[in-house]
Design a protein around this ligand. Sequence first.
Ligand code: HEM
Length: 236
Amino acid sequence: MLVAATDPKALWYLTRSFGLVSLILLTVTVGLGVAQLVRYARPGLPRFLIAGLHRNASLLAVATLAVHIVTAVADPFAPIALIDAVIPFIGRYRPLWLGLGALSFDLLIALVVTSLLRQRMGLRAWRMLHWAAYACWPIAVVHGLGTGTDARTGWVQLLYVVCVGLVLAALAWRLSTRWTTAPVGRRLGGAAATAVIVVSVAAWASQGPLRAGWARRAGTPSAQLAPGAPTPGSHR
Ligand code: HEM
């Protein structure tokens, strides 16, 4: 609250920057998760180190997300309640796009908790749940594009492209490795489904968040769109 007292826009800047940092950390977590899965190791980079980095990156992502969420809720500009951050699609502010953030956050918490309880729940159940990791990441990307102020900023777009590229490369690595036991047909199906998702998200982004007037179409309450609305009234 001290930050908010110094600059009314400080909370908004914190929400945006910690959202982007969280996305980077989630991307790194996915990459390290795949490296762990394919049993990648190098002389200076043993497997236990990759496993530790993977765990710590995910925990750090939870910590940065906590800041992202608390600052978003505390920002007086948008009517976001703490419950909107946990239960998806119930809020008044951009319900779909914010709801995807809540969904992604719930999945991440489920992943972290089940990983901490891994010894107790058995490898099979844990593996099934860990598939949710593949859903958590793209849902977060669509949330960021759908409700982020910076989706139309050049360097942020580059950041999204790099994150998507890294996860696609990790996925290709995962599908092509000898550690993948799935039959070729299933792997090709997975690759084709991924291509369809990437193209669909790119097409949606070009027609939606990357175009002027998205704030209204995204479901911003009219009070926040009115001229002279409270700070930071410059939200797209
Ligand atoms: C895994 C979960 C999440 C990730 C990775 C994530 C990441 C992001 C990213 C990358 C942005 C775009 C920032 C920008 O354009 O500068 C964003 C925007 C935003 N997120 Fe999240 N988010 C998550 C969950 C949540 C949740 C649960 C809430 C609920 C309070 C939330 C609230 C917001 C808000 C209000 C914005 C718009 C900020 C603005 O005005 O630009 N996010 N998020």
